[in-house]
Design a binder for this molecule. Structure first.
Ligand SMILES: Cc1cc2nc3c(=O)[nH]c(=O)nc-3n(C[C@H](O)[C@H](O)[C@H](O)COP(=O)(O)OP(=O)(O)OC[C@H]3O[C@@H](n4cnc5c(N)ncnc54)[C@H](O)[C@@H]3O)c2cc1C
Length: 499
């Protein structure tokens, strides 16, 4: 395999190595650092709870009743914050990346649903233990009562949101329709929840607690207006258009976008953009795609797109000149300056952001050692490979291309990547960074294999095109971290109940 890895391409001329272009300054990296983000989340999620405990002046009732109240207060706050964890706010979650942000969004949604469901039930727990029939009567009274109506509707709306999100693929509903309904229903549920809290809650009737609800409502509404109104409007300000569409292998396309010469848009290599094609102007029609070109190629942006559904199947037929809107840049899958050796692993179209990073490295004369492993079903399912081989002329880059099916073509290894293949290129774990992008299951296997080489989890960076669906060891560690953050909220609720 060494011989294959180190083979250089036969290219005599690299068309992109023409006259050097003025390199635009890269934008700063955005986003809060992890501990600050966790702190901000916990402060916002416990705001009504803290105001009820310290500012309301109300004497605490029995512990179970207080716990039920705490569950309601935290559920309402979590609901409002969910608008900020939708993956669109780089100012907050830019350093975390879309994968972790959306993963947290899902876990927080589950916690929120559990708190909301437990909220009425815990009020009835005392009665249920003493007299189950009386508890049942109280429950049916609560469900059918006029005063609790908005709370019941909010709970039903919340359950619908969660069930629809989990079973969206099974229902066959179009992604865009799901996104539109998810956002709109979430806004309605916030309205119902706030009405319920303020009209029925003893604590929430107090002005000192009420202002926390107005603040959270402002955050939720502001975030929704930003995503559904301001961003879509801003996206169309710069006149970007499709310059060229070419085949990039089986079921994949290379799309070249061109913006104005003085485009304000800039990005870090490896980031992605949300794209909307004319005439699909509504905000729910944008799709995320990694940028497969380097910042110095602006105002040209190159995408590699694999056909997977209604939107991407249409990409091969886009006419040059079609207007396109971009929102970005987004994402934390970027290459830092440190580390002597960079190991990169791409499955299929997962090569897109890695190609962007390598284009940048070649354009800026990066002298570091790059090892790239690409994997696909067939040689034709490896988009961008020819281009990568030309980059070997300008970089210290080894490429190993693995394919699932036997092939007579030279330069391909007809088997899957194994742990020893990875161990052979990692070298000194302290001086190596790894970048992985590809199908979810494949990525879990690759990141686990990288961990086995002794590479610490913090040195393994990955981005999934189907966010938050991973099952690798790093994914599980992240899940535990998110659960630990939510457990702090659970402790705060218990402290509130026992005070
Ligand atoms: C950060 C990121 C970067 C990506 N980069 C690339 C890339 O460089 N090249 C590439 O080919 N693909 C990329 N994707 C995947 C690409 O966005 C989806 O394949 C595309 O949106 C599918 O749309 P569709 O209508 O063709 O298919 P659909 O059948 O509508 O969707 C197929 C699946 O794609 C996902 N998806 C659909 N629409 C969206 C959306 N608007 N937002 C998020 N997920 C969606 C859903 O999980 C859905 O089940 C990326 C995804 C993410 C999250």
């Amino acid at each position: 395999m060494r011989a294959l890895i180190n083979s250089k391409p036969d290219m005599m001329h690299d068309p992109s190595s023409g006259p050097a272009k003025q390199i635009r300054p890269l934008p700063p990296r955005r986003g809060l650092h992890g501990p600050l983000l966790v702190g901000l989340f916990l402060v916002l999620a416990s705001l009504p709870l803290a105001a009820a405990a310290w500012l309301s002046g109300i004497e605490p009732a029995a512990s179970l009743s207080e716990l039920a109240t705490a569950l309601g207060l935290v559920a309402g706050a979590l609901l409002c914050i969910q608008f900020l964890t939708s993956g669109r706010y780089e100012t907050f979650s830019g350093r975390l990346g879309i994968d972790r942000t959306m993963g947290f969004h899902r876990i927080a949604a589950l916690a929120l649903l559990m708190c909301a469901l437990a909220h009425p039930l815990v009020y009835l727990l005392d009665t249920a233990i003493a007299d189950p029939r009386a508890a049942w009567q109280r429950l049916t009274g609560l469900v059918s009562g006029d005063r609790t109506r908005t709370g019941v509707f909010a709970l039903c709306g919340l359950a619908t949101l969660a069930l629809f999100a989990v079973w969206r693929s099974a229902t066959g509903v179009r992604y865009e329709l799901w996104r539109a309904s998810h956002g709109l229903l979430a806004i309605v549920v916030v309205g119902l929840t706030l009405h319920h809290a303020i009209t029925i809650g003893a604590y929430s009737a107090e002005p000192s607690v009420q202002w926390t609800w107005w603040l959270l409502a402002l955050i939720a509404t502001g975030a929704a207006i930003m995503v559904y109104v301001i961003r879509p409007w801003r996206m169309w300000r710069e006149p970007w258009h499709v310059a060229n569409v070419t085949s990039a292998g089986d079921g994949a396309w290379q799309i070249d976008l061109r913006g104005p010469e003085n485009a304000a848009f800039s990005f870090l290599p490896g980031q992605f953009v949300w794209i909307t094609l004319e005439p699909n102007r509504p905000p729910f029609h944008d799709h995320p795609f990694s940028i497969a070109s380097a910042p110095h190629e602006l105002p040209v942006l190159r995408l590699l797109v694999r056909e997977s559904g209604d939107c991407t199947r249409h990409f091969g037929r886009i006419a040059p000149g079609t207007r396109v809107a971009i929102d970005g840049p987004h994402g934390s899958f970027i290459l830092p300056d440190e580390a002597a050796t960079i190991v990169m692993m791409a499955g299929g179209v997962g090569i897109a952001p890695i190609l962007g990073m390598l284009e940048h490295a070649a354009g800026t004369g990066d002298r570091r050692k790059f090892h790239l492993m690409v994997a696909g079903r067939t040689p034709r399912a490896l988009p961008g490979l020819a281009r990568l081989r030309t980059l070997q002329n300008r970089l210290d880059l080894t490429i190993a291309a693995f394919v699932d099916t036997p092939t007579a073509e030279a330069g391909f290894i007809p088997r899957q990547i194994t742990q020893p293949d990875i161990a052979a290129i990692v070298g000194d774990p302290a001086a190596t960074l790894a970048y992985v992008c590809g199908p979810p299951g494949w990525m879990a296997t690759m990141t686990d294999a990288l961990l086995e080489t002794g590479l610490p989890a913090r040195s393994i960076h990955y981005e999934r095109f189907d966010y938050a669906s991973g099952g690798g060891r790093i994914d599980r560690a992240r899940l535990y971290q998110a659960t630990a953050v939510l457990a702090i909220l659970a402790l705060a609720m218990i402290a509130f109940a026992l005070r």
